[in-house]
Design a protein around this ligand. Sequence first.
Ligand SMILES: [Zn+2]
Length: 141
Amino acid sequence: MNFLPTIHGKTKVGFFFIAILLLLLTSNAVAENTVDQLFQRVQILLNMPQPRLKIHIQIYQDQEELSEVYEMITGKPTKMPAFYLKKTNTIYLQKEKLSTGILAHEMAHAIISHYPGVYPDREITESLCQYIDKEISMRGF
Ligand SMILES: [Zn+2]
């Protein structure tokens, strides 16, 4: 349990550590699952299986740090509490607003953006990702 202090600043962490992080930060059923399982579940819900797909996840301390990173990469300001950027193939999260639903939502963005032959427009993609967030938040995974 003493890994938590290592997840600070711009540390890159693997799925497994995020699972433990979620376990520490939330009191829901995430405890018994891994982030990998969540990733699989989102692929099934979207009907977009990609067994070889790998994505990075970075966790920042708060909104300020997260917004800074977004602006550094895109040149635009943001107040989004989480986002996925295809350019870096990375989901960016911040500890103050972290939930299984948010993580699932961003995973959905990553999965959709990698699925061959599928190029839904932004609004449709966002609706799909919101559906995934709701489904996972309500029913677990
Ligand atoms: Zn979204």
